[in-house]
Every structure is written in structure tokens, then in C-alpha cells.
Ligand binder design. Structure first.
Ligand SMILES: [Zn+2]
Ligand SMILES: [Zn+2]
Length: 240
């Protein structure tokens, strides 16, 4: 895979990340990327960005260090109804990654054992969602057949999150789950996007673990968004 983009990266603004946007852009350039998406955590996650951060995105230039910069957000799916905590910010960014993080999710009275409907409801309620972030964590079990079909219906990409694959990753059985949903993405022709989820510039564009997995599964390149601007444009719905 010749990857041209990394759309899930964090900067100092997320507070538990350690690099600047410029440092991330330099690393992206070094790794041959043409597009860098900055997707800091929405303020639903405690101790991350402040709302002022999202009101000043226009200062980010379209190109930095020779790399096209897209202004994204990692929003929080925050309850069993699939609500996005930061729904007020819809339309303020170039794209939306919707993720479930246990530390901000309202599990309600009884702890659910199936989170499929949470993701499906989010996609039904918010057609602006472009990517499902790390839907690979066995702590929040998913029926992948149902989820992948819903992604197809709503033009949402399933993420192959490289931080999930890393040995230091904290998500449960992520590789096993990616091995479950990737063949379903192939079967139903649902695009995937490989993202680093880097919280430090050194991780930007480092897709080696995902590449090994995709090679092993012989995953079709035409369904990997990272390899062309056109595929990203059809996912996001505008000319980059
Ligand atoms: Zn996340
Ligand atoms: Zn992230």
C-alpha cells in the first residue's frame, strides 16, 4: 500500500498528546504523506481540548510543511442512543471521526453487552460522520456484519487503527476484531481507512502493523482510502 494520508492524529491540544501540528506535518512529509488530518479529541473527553480551540480552526493553513492539512475532530459517541457529545461542532470541521471512549460514555442503568446499535444509531442520526474510530475494542462488543452493512449505507469508512494493533495498545482483542471486520468490508465493498491515531509525531504515518495485516488478508487496495485523493474526496463529499 502506498499511503498518501493519515487522518487520525493528535496534537498537544488533546493534552495527553505530545507534539505540535507542525511537528506532525514534518513527520508526515518525511513519511511520504500528502495529506495530514488533525483530529484532536472533542471536549466531551475530560481534560482535552477547550471549546475555544474549535472556534479558531481557521488559523490552520491549508498547507503546512508542504502537506495538505485537513481540520478534523474525534467526536465522542457518548450514550446508548448514539449521541455525539460535540454535535454543536458539526459542520465546523472538514471531517468527523466518531469514536466510543469508555471514560466519557454513559452506560445507563445496566451495562450493555452489545454496542452495535450505538454505532448504527450514531450514523443514522448524523450523516456528517465520515469515519468510525477504532471500532475494534472487545470491551464494547459489536456485530460486525450489521455494522459494516450500516457503514455501506451511510458512506462511512471503517478504521484500521494502528495504535490498536500496537503491543502497547490498551484496546482489547483489537487485532482479532480487525481480522473479523476486514473480510466483511471486502465482502460488502466498504472502504477502510488506515490511521495511526498518533499521540506523538513519531507515530504519524507509521502504518507498518496494518500493512502486514492487510497483506496477509490480501485486502483489495481499491477499498483502502489512503491510496488516493479521489477516494478520500468521495468519502468526505468535497474537493480537497
Ligand atoms: Zn479514540
Ligand atoms: Zn484518537
Amino acid at each position: 500500500m502506498h499511503a498518501l494520508m493519515d487522518l487520525h492524529t493528535h496534537t498537544l491540544a488533546s493534552v495527553h498528546a505530545y507534539s505540535t501540528l507542525t511537528e506532525n506535518a514534518r513527520e508526515a512529509k518525511k513519511n511520504g504523506l500528502e495529506i495530514l488530518g488533525v483530529s484532536d479529541h472533542g471536549y466531551g473527553m475530560p481534560h482535552t481540548t477547550l471549546s475555544a480551540y474549535w472556534g479558531n480552526l481557521s488559523v490552520i493553513p491549508p498547507y503546512l510543511e508542504g502537506v495538505r492539512i485537513l481540520r478534523g475532530i474525534e467526536m465522542n459517541i457518548c450514550d446508548m442512543q448514539g449521541s455525539l457529545f460535540e454535535e454543536k461542532l458539526i459542520g465546523k470541521t472538514d471531517y468527523i471521526i466518531a469514536s466510543l471512549h469508555g471514560n466519557i460514555f454513559d452506560f445507563g442503568e445496566t451495562r450493555a453487552t452489545d454496542f452495535t446499535s450505538v454505532y448504527v444509531k450514531a450514523m443514522e442520526r448524523y450523516p456528517e460522520i465520515n469515519i468510525l474510530g477504532h471500532p475494534d475494542d472487545a470491551r464494547y462488543p459489536i456485530d460486525y456484519e450489521v455494522l459494516v452493512k450500516a457503514c455501506k449505507e451511510h458512506n462511512v469508512a471503517m478504521e484500521v487503527n494502528c495504535s490498536s494493533l500496537d503491543v502497547s495498545g490498551f484496546r482489547l482483542n483489537a487485532e482479532e476484531n480487525q481480522r473479523l471486520y476486514l473480510p466483511l468490508c471486502e465482502k460488502y465493498e466498504v472502504p477502510i481507512i488506515v490511521n495511526s491515531d498518533a499521540h506523538m509525531s513519531t507515530g504519524v504515518g507509521d502504518f507498518s502493523l496494518a500493512e502486514t495485516l492487510l497483506d496477509e488478508l490480501d485486502f483489495p487496495e481499491e477499498l483502502i482510502i489512503n491510496t488516493s485523493w479521489d477516494k478520500l474526496e468521495s468519502l468526505l463529499g468535497f474537493a480537497i
